[in-house]
Design a protein around this ligand. Structure first.
Ligand code: 9MG
Length: 289
């Protein structure tokens, strides 16, 4: 087995602050405000419920809250800009003064612009600027952080994409293009986070390989934190003999720990409490390695 990679400490510059990463793994808690969200069944769609859930995640140790109003579940449809705004903006306005920064999970420039104005500090773009590159303009203008995630196709058709020949090479090349595009719009490197996009147009084996090779991916993007989201994803269900989303908690934890030991700086999760506990142990082992 290759040794645990050394992890340097640096800062991810987002709108109104810098997040220190590398000392301990940061946790991004997922707050889906979509009625069809695959993993919470729309449970957190009411404003009061969404706020309570966000506060609970912060109490449990979330460092960032990622708010999304459009499902990225495989096979899901796009929602209109108006609908997405109606879902996310009231939540962002109410959460903007909490201790943890807000990330807006969107691919739409106008949703990003209004969300940033309402207090969000990070744009989480699952298309890595492929869908609407102008979203980068919004992030640059607000000096926001941006998560550039690798994906193939759209959430609607990603599972029908032909398999990649070499996942690491393709993900590295795709993310390099995303970084170059982000920089061409004036986004500083210190504001960019990189994400291999587990589950987005990849086979089960490729998802597993990408986690196992995360240290190699990180080498290509010095000075940028590596974010990864494995929480409740279908590759875990397949590896667990068809376990449904709500029975993938232990699989999620195992994948997070593996990712942390391979160099992840930020993990995106639904269950914050269990992730925070697991990460404390993984970080301790990492520091001792
Ligand atoms: C919105 N979303 C769903 N899965 C994700 C992942 O793995 N990474 C990021 N950045 N966003 C995601």
């Amino acid at each position: 087995m290759t040794p645990v990679p050394a992890r340097t400490t640096a800062e991810w510059k987002i709108s109104r602050r810098s997040l220190r990463y590398g000392e301990r793994t940061l946790v991004m808690g997922v707050l889906n405000v979509t009625p069809d969200s695959f993993s919470d069944g729309g449970q957190f769609f009411s404003l009061a419920g969404a706020l309570a859930h966000a506060e609970q995640m912060i109490d449990e140790g979330a460092d960032i809250i990622d708010i999304g109003g459009e499902s990225t579940r495989p096979g899901s449809n796009f929602v209109s800009e108006e609908e997405e705004l109606c879902r996310v903006i009231p939540v962002i306005e109410r959460l903007a003064n909490l201790s943890a920064p807000i990330s807006i999970d969107t691919t739409k420039p106008e949703v990003a612009r209004i969300a940033l104005q309402a207090g969000a500090e990070i744009v989480n773009d699952i298309s890595g600027l492929r869908f609407e590159p102008a979203i980068a303009e919004m992030a640059a203008a607000a000096k926001a952080g941006i998560v550039l995630m690798h994906s193939r196709g759209t959430p609607k058709d990603m599972q029908q994409m032909p398999p990649m020949e070499n996942a690491l090479a393709e993900v590295t090349a795709g993310l390099s293009e995303s970084v170059a595009l982000a920089e061409s719009f004036g986004i500083a490197r210190k504001s960019i986070a990189i994400d291999p996009g587990i589950g987005f147009g990849k086979t089960v084996d490729q998802n597993v390989e990408l986690i196992a090779e995360l240290d190699q991916l990180a080498q290509h993007f010095p000075g940028m934190p590596i974010l990864i989201g494995t929480s409740r994803k279908s590759f875990l269900g397949k590896l667990l003999n068809g376990a449904p989303a709500d029975e993938r908690v232990h699989g999620t934890i195992a994948s997070i720990v593996a990712a942390v030991l391979k160099g992840a700086h930020i993990v995106r999760v639904h269950e914050v409490k269990s992730a925070v506990e697991a990460i404390k142990i993984a970080d301790a082992i990492r520091r001792a390695s």
